[in-house]
Design a protein around this ligand. Structure first.
Ligand code: SAM
Length: 233
């Protein structure tokens, strides 16, 4: 069982995590998803979670205290916890990271807002022996908050767990898992289903041939061509 915890000031934003594939995985007891409201940790009447930046500049920064209190509460009896701080300044998320996370025990996502979270939060937990801290970005663009980024990482990670996908064979040949001739990772070949002719467009003949060797060869070539093409765009 992989446990996911998320801290956010917009817990309702994370409702889709309980739907579809992930909802079924929760029902089967393969994962648990626990959503925590950062504002529950505030002590003032306004439930404030941010303040002006030291050094000046635009926007507000999320204060370390409510984050520390929320993380301490969630991790009080955890002996192995990965703290994932979502930030556009982090390491770029990819399939390799998803499979690393799929082998961990508890993933705690800190979903920032405003100008982000006071940098000492990551620094503090990096110094704790039961924590591994990761600063992660889902791409080179800036979102309004970390919630969508956390959902991306959770979906990519959870589907790799045994029992989550209806057909585990699907994981074998998909984008970023297919190994090419030069050992690099490829994107998937194009897929087709019935009918064999749609709006005048025909399914490639080799796929109708029943010749498994020829099909595998064609798919590998297509995957290499598509991957190559991506590098040129
Ligand atoms: N001031 C920050 C910067 O320039 O790096 C951007 C803050 S952004 C408006 C607010 C929050 O959205 C961040 O703290 C982070 O949690 C989340 N976020 C924005 N873009 C992201 C991305 N590409 N990947 C992961 N999280 C992101």
């Amino acid at each position: 069982m992989l446990r996911f915890d998320l801290i956010s000031i917009f817990p309702e934003y994370l409702a889709p995590l309980k739907l579809s594939l992930l909802g079924k995985a929760i029902e089967k007891g393969l994962i648990s998803i626990n959503i925590h409201d950062l504002r529950d940790q505030t002590k003032d009447v306004h439930h404030s979670v941010d303040d002006t930046p030291y050094g000046g500049g635009a926007g507000m920064v999320m204060s370390p205290a409510p984050w520390g209190d929320a993380i301490d509460q969630i991790s009080s009896d955890s002996d192995q916890i990965d703290l994932i701080i979502l930030t556009p300044a982090g390491k770029k998320f990819d399939q390799k990271m998803a499979s690393y996370f799929a082998h961990r025990r508890q993933l705690l996502f800190a979903c920032g807002r405003y100008e982000g979270i006071d940098a000492r939060v990551g620094q503090y937990y990096a110094g704790k022996s039961n924590f591994k801290v990761h600063e992660i970005s889902i791409g080179d663009y800036v979102l309004g908050g970390g919630e969508v980024a956390a959902m991306v990482i959770i979906e990519a990670t959870a589907r790799l767990l045994p029992g989550v996908l209806g057909n585990p064979e699907s994981l074998k040949e998909e984008s970023h898992s297919i190994i090419g001739s030069s050992e690099d990772l490829l994107v998937e070949y194009p897929n087709f289903t019935k009918p064999a002719v749609w709006r005048g467009l025909e399914v490639p003949e080799v796929l109708l041939s029943g010749n498994h060797g020829a099909i595998a060869k064609w798919r590998k070539e297509q995957a290499e061509r598509r991957t190559d093409q991506l590098g040129k765009e």
